[in-house]
Design a protein around this ligand. Structure first.
Ligand code: AMP
Ligand code: MG
Length: 496
């Protein structure tokens, strides 16, 4: 489309592309080439993902790689495509959507399995509707950094290989510049892919897609009495764990439409996301979400709502509604159990009891009542012992009496637990469960402001720090501090 350069790059280290998604056929995607961006440049390369993909270091630093990952040339053997999907957006059926600005290059074999490589922001596709197919620098920096931050936190996510840019102008509320994130995942298939074929009564494609997902990623479902119900249950289980992981670190996704839900239970499509600063369960991070549908405390229920849509989409394959409902049922127990397990580890406790459950509840309430900084509270808690004075922790609360009562209860539970007596092993567990660094909005914003002046050093520092968020990084303590006052004024919407 448009100004395609159409060059095929010759590589010193040829990449062996698998084009399995393309082989599903033309009803699933449209082959196309990305649109060229003038005078591209590197913004950041992520060596961790490059190593996982087996990219040769020299080649990854080359002009060939730059041209390929900005979308100006086609790597030999790759069959670029955009896929079609539909979805529910903000609770309403939105009809056909699709990769409006994402282009799949294909799949690379790696020691840990196939990894698809996708360019986000590489130009128009048949699914762009009114959009320009581009992504702006600010949102691309946020996606690039946050996918690696989530991976560092141990949360399932798409990854980011590199970030490229161009001074080509892109019109949003203001005039901005274009960037492309090269992202990877075993698959970019969304709930919305299934909804698309189901709502259009295309059951042959629906079955082909479900069989592809089962055979590629959920092989155990093949042996079940009803493989499609088993698939729904397996996806529900992964989604329940993902929701628990998000809630436990205070992550708000912001746009949990069914087209942004990964069939693999990955965090996907980073838009107006936010890590909570002060703990506010009703926090809405997406400026466009006027009714708070995707507020922090609604996410687990929305996850279930989205799974219900997936269940409806799979119904023609599952056959009986009861089976679909039964497949969704375990979510209701898996999510709280998974969240409880994560919160227990954050508290440095190992045995779930009615008492520890009550402590978790009262912790959330105390944090909300006192609007305590979520990440800093948990990190400071790692140094808590029943004998210590708790000063740095108590300082976070304006209601000191409630804190004292809570600390007494917590101390009692710690002394009841065998591991609670071994301060060192508890601290180790807690330091691995309570990150020091998360990608707060203001950190992203500072990196974006510098990048607009062509200074990419903050992106590098954040990438290095967020990839190991449980470590101390003594040189970068400032990245673990409270947000500045201006952070509460940052408004992030769907426009990106
Ligand atoms: P999102 O809210 O980013 O998940 O996007 C929702 C839908 O709009 C997806 O189908 C995207 O591909 C499409 N879309 C978002 N931004 C653009 C854009 N700038 N150009 C074309 N399509 C877009
Ligand atoms: Mg999306």
């Amino acid at each position: 489309m448009g100004d395609n350069l159409g060059m095929t790059t010759d590589l010193s280290q040829p990449l062996a592309w698998n084009n399995r998604f393309a082989r599903l056929g033309e009803n699933f995607s449209t082959r196309l080439q990305s649109q060229a961006l003038p005078e591209p440049y590197w913004i950041s390369r992520n060596q961790a993902v490059a190593r996982e993909l087996g990219l040769e270091a020299d080649w990854f630093a080359s002009q060939d790689a730059l041209q390929a990952f900005v979308g100006n040339s086609v790597l030999s053997g790759s069959q670029p495509l955009a896929s079609v999907y539909s979805g529910h957006q903000f609770g309403q059926w939105a009809g056909q959507l699709g990769d409006g600005r994402a282009i799949l290059l294909g799949e690379l074999d790696t020691p840990s399995g196939g990894q698809e490589v996708q360019l986000k922001g590489a130009g128009k596709t048949p699914y762009s509707r009114m959009g320009d197919g581009r992504a702006v620098l600010r949102s691309s920096i946020r996606e690039y950094l946050c996918s690696e931050a989530m991976h560092g936190l141990g949360i399932p996510t798409t990854r980011a290989l590199c970030l490229t840019g161009s001074d080509a102008k892109v019109l949003r509320e203001d005039i901005e510049t274009a960037a492309v994130v090269t992202r990877t995942a075993p698959s970019f298939i969304r709930f919305g892919h299934f909804e698309h074929f189901s709502y259009n009564d295309r059951h042959v494609e629906l079955k082909a897609l479900a069989d592809f997902v089962i055979d590629s990623f959920y092989l155990a479902c093949r042996d079940a009495a009803n493989p499609y119900a088993a698939l729904l249950e397996a996806v529900s289980e992964r989604t329940a764990h993902l929701m628990a992981a998000w809630q436990s670190v205070g992550f708000c996704h912001g746009v949990m439409n069914t087209d942004n839900m990964s069939i693999l239970g990955l965090t996907i499509d980073y838009g107006p996301f936010q890590f909570l600063d002060a703990f506010d369960p009703t926090h809405i991070c997406n400026h466009s979400d006027t009714h708070g549908r995707y507020a922090y405390n609604k996410q687990p229920n929305i996850g279930y709502w989205n799974l219900f849509c997936l269940g409806q989409a799979l119904l023609p394959l599952i056959g009986e509604q009861e089976l679909a409902l039964a497949a969704l049922e375990p979510y209701k127990a898996i999510f709280p159990a998974a969240l409880g397990g994560k919160m227990l580890a954050k508290l440095g406790l190992t045995q779930a009891t009615p008492d520890t459950n009550a402590l978790i509840e009262s912790t959330f309430k105390l944090l909300a009542d006192n609007k305590v900084d979520y990440t800093i509270f948990w990190r400071r808690l790692c140094a808590f012992t029943p004998q210590s004075g708790h000063e740095p922790l108590r300082d976070l609360f304006f209601d000191r009496e409630s804190f004292n009562a809570w600390a007494l209860h917590y101390s009692e539970l710690l002394t009841h637990e065998s591991i609670g007596l071994e301060v060192d092993s508890r601290a180790i567990l807690m330091l691995k469960s309570n990150p020091k660094y998360v990608l707060r909005n203001h950190l992203g914003e500072e990196a974006i402001r510098a990048a607009k002046m062509k200074d990419y050093s903050k992106i590098r520092t954040l990438l290095d720090t967020l990839q190991a968020p449980f470590d101390d990084h003594a040189d970068h303590d400032a990245l673990a501090g409270f947000p500045p006052e201006w952070a509460s004024g940052i408004e992030i919407s769907c426009s990106s």
